[in-house]
Design a protein around this ligand. Sequence first.
Ligand SMILES: Cc1cc2nc3c(=O)[nH]c(=O)nc-3n(C[C@H](O)[C@H](O)[C@H](O)COP(=O)(O)OP(=O)(O)OC[C@H]3O[C@@H](n4cnc5c(N)ncnc54)[C@H](O)[C@@H]3O)c2cc1C
Length: 378
Amino acid sequence: MSNLFDFDCVIVGGGAAGIGMASVLQEMGMTRFAVLERGEVGASFMAWPEEMRLITPSFTSNAYGMMDLNAVALKTSPAYTLGTEHPTGSEYAEYLQVVSQYLKLPVQTGVDVLEIIPENDGFRLIHSDGELRSRYVIWAAGEFQYPKLDSFLGAEYGVHSSLFSSWTAVQGDECVIIGGYESGTDAAINLSKLGKKVTVIDRNNRGLSKGSSDPSVELSPYTKDRLRAEMVHKRIHLKQGFEVKWMEPDEAEGFIIYCENESGDSHLLKTSQAPILATGFHSSLRQIEHLIERNKDGHLHLGAADESTITEGLFVTGPQVVHEHLQFCFIYKFRQRFAVVAKAIGERLGLDLTPLEVYRQEGMFLDDLSCCGEDCTC
Ligand SMILES: Cc1cc2nc3c(=O)[nH]c(=O)nc-3n(C[C@H](O)[C@H](O)[C@H](O)COP(=O)(O)OP(=O)(O)OC[C@H]3O[C@@H](n4cnc5c(N)ncnc54)[C@H](O)[C@@H]3O)c2cc1C
């Protein structure tokens, strides 16, 4: 069967998830696989605003059995490679490129996967240079390159935070940011540092408050530290609990934004600059929507080994992976599923799975999800 295919497995995307996943397939002894990347390795990280840094800290803790939180492959550490705790996007892309080159991973850059067609117990992939066949596909195309530009009426008049290469590009001395999670708060901190007055409209009450201990819903300590330090200058105004309903351009004022809170209080805000949208991301899964299943609340529904429940042989890895209440949206979370996916594919290909044992020892093999959840009590 395998010989019908050009590859046993193709990974789509050469970001943190794709490079980490590839390192596990290689460790397991797979030889006929490829990573197809439309840009360069780490392309999404390279597109981050230059001031933005990873919120999860890196530390050279590997030797004592605790892998660097931002490492994607065994025996590697961004803290060691880059010599910094909170790398910028470009620095982190450099780490991914170093890992890819050091391990000699079979990455093909400049190859954009356009369509995945299930056929003959495998897949035909149409890409920018032609087509190929693979027995298995692992989708690792991320979210960053798919910004949400349709969250409310008139959202198209704003500029998405992911489209800024630097916050120095923002004109004027005041601006409004819609969305107060990590991207929005980071933008506010950096714009305040540039001396601008910033209003952050957030439907939640995140800010400096203490709620969940899950950083998927709460601002990280790194962001809270920086926000606290910047709030002293009184340039950041957090408008919490308000949801933007619509926005429109106005000849006299620039832009008018209408928002409401749950009690029915409403506000009209006026701003001369195009508001910044920190409203999150759609997912690259849009490209393969017909091959995956979603549950009633719209979340991706995956099998136990992160395989599509309606397309056998198609796996998903990275921040899109979700199982009930668990979101694998950070590197230290989703990297623990690489070995789970590798095992499912390795078993079917008859590969020796012994090399995967080391992943369990290193805390990189999370197949029992009952152990996870919020567990900070003080
Ligand atoms: C603003 C922001 C800040 C974040 N900060 C952190 C943080 O501090 N710590 C943390 O752990 N997580 C953080 N995250 C979470 C984030 O999800 C991950 O860090 C990481 O980017 C996800 O890696 P990935 O490989 O899945 O996606 P990406 O890094 O986006 O990689 C996907 C790759 O696939 C390629 N690609 C996409 N479509 C195709 C296609 N059709 N064909 C070929 N190639 C394709 C892209 O070019 C890209 O290189 C942050 C996320 C965002 C949006």
